[in-house]
Design a protein around this ligand. Sequence first.
Ligand code: NAD
Length: 441
Amino acid sequence: MNQSTSEQPADIVARLRATFDTGRTKPVEWRTGQLRRLRELLTEHGADVAAALHADLGKSSTEAHRTEIDFTVREIDHTLEHLEAWLRPEPAPVPARLGDDARAWTQYDPLGVVLVIAPWNYPVQLLLTPLLGALAAGNAVVAKPSELAPATSAVLARLLPQYLDTQAVAVVEGGIPETTALLAERFDHIFYTGNGTVGRVVLRAAAEHLTPVTLELGGKSPAFVDRDTDLAVVAGRLAAGKFLNAGQTCVAPDYVLTDPETARALEPALARAVESLFGSDPAASGEYGRIVNERHFDRLQGLLGSGRVVTGGDSDRATKYIAPTVLGDVAPESPVMQEEIFGPILPIVTVPGLDEAIDYVNQRDKPLALYVFTDADATRERFAAETSSGGLGYGLPLAHLTVSDLPFGGVGESGMGNYHGRYSIETFSHRKAVLEKPLSA
Ligand code: NAD
């Protein structure tokens, strides 16, 4: 089932396609059975999975459960509860010219063999949530964990075959050569989570086979802070969202956008919020994660020179530790504002007011998430109407992606397509149009 068995990508895909063609994956009982097995894996081996996440990213057990293991279990439970209702054919009104006896409806057909390529930052959740969505939709799946989270990749490659139907699910471990070899094969859907450069590689490879693609990408997600808000609350929520997983979260607030006066008051509030989350020495806190590898550590250290350090700023390459850092007076032209930070550095950029903040957002790539902290309905409405982003969060970062009934995905540079809950069924199915007209005259 995984690459250690030396089975070639072409053989794996052919084997899974043969299974799919028998119809084995289509009955709802098979689908729910697979989801239940996945749930058992996570509950019986939660400790093994959490240990792997600690080895790869220094995630605490609490964080590993909350953001990866329990998150996936909740998504399984939600899907098990609603799957039959979601799969029900949906009647469509028929025009009178087709006669009273004509009927029309849509039904969901599984696509076939799906490839899921996952990144390293939430290496459990971001492999298993698309995987369970694809299984719930009745597909066979090749799952490719990230080689940059090697302990998690190994534990999932070991456990998934013990729990899931190995005739319909395969795990392929490896890096660029293995993924490139997989991408040469014909899949019926490719679901990729990661960066936009590789997203383009995936899309080009998929074009060869006319394979539909979902791209879950990243980018700089802004957090606008309005005047006259409760800055202690705002700072606490911003810091919790930003410094979770040491800032290596695709929907983390990337930077703060506010007016100069609010910025001055927000700075000490953020410093206090960091201290209340991780104590006066975050390096000693068991709740604070580490940077995934030296390459990302060096990249992030290069960004620490922008602006003025409000809190944090220290780092240790040997342990891949970068302190939760807030930077004030950051110029839009500075290095930290040129690319997605994807680490524990929160720059504050000032603009004169609301109009300029909206312009600032609109002059840049469409973000995966946009956060607005305000008490004013009119301000909320302006962001909703005048900006475009994958998701929009008022008052609380990250939480929208935990709502299974909301679609999760980007727009423009932050991606295409979406998933979670019933949206995963939409993504991993073909919605077939059916018309029926009795043969009687
Ligand atoms: P990564 O380096 O782990 O890459 C992701 C996957 O792409 C891996 O499985 C890897 O093997 C594969 N890959 C890498 N290079 C490849 C190549 N040349 N050809 C084919 N496959 C290749 O993860 P990453 O890209 O560093 O992840 C970070 C990015 O992902 C950030 O931009 C982040 O915002 C984004 N992200 C988005 C989401 C989302 O849900 N929208 C979630 C997490 C991360």
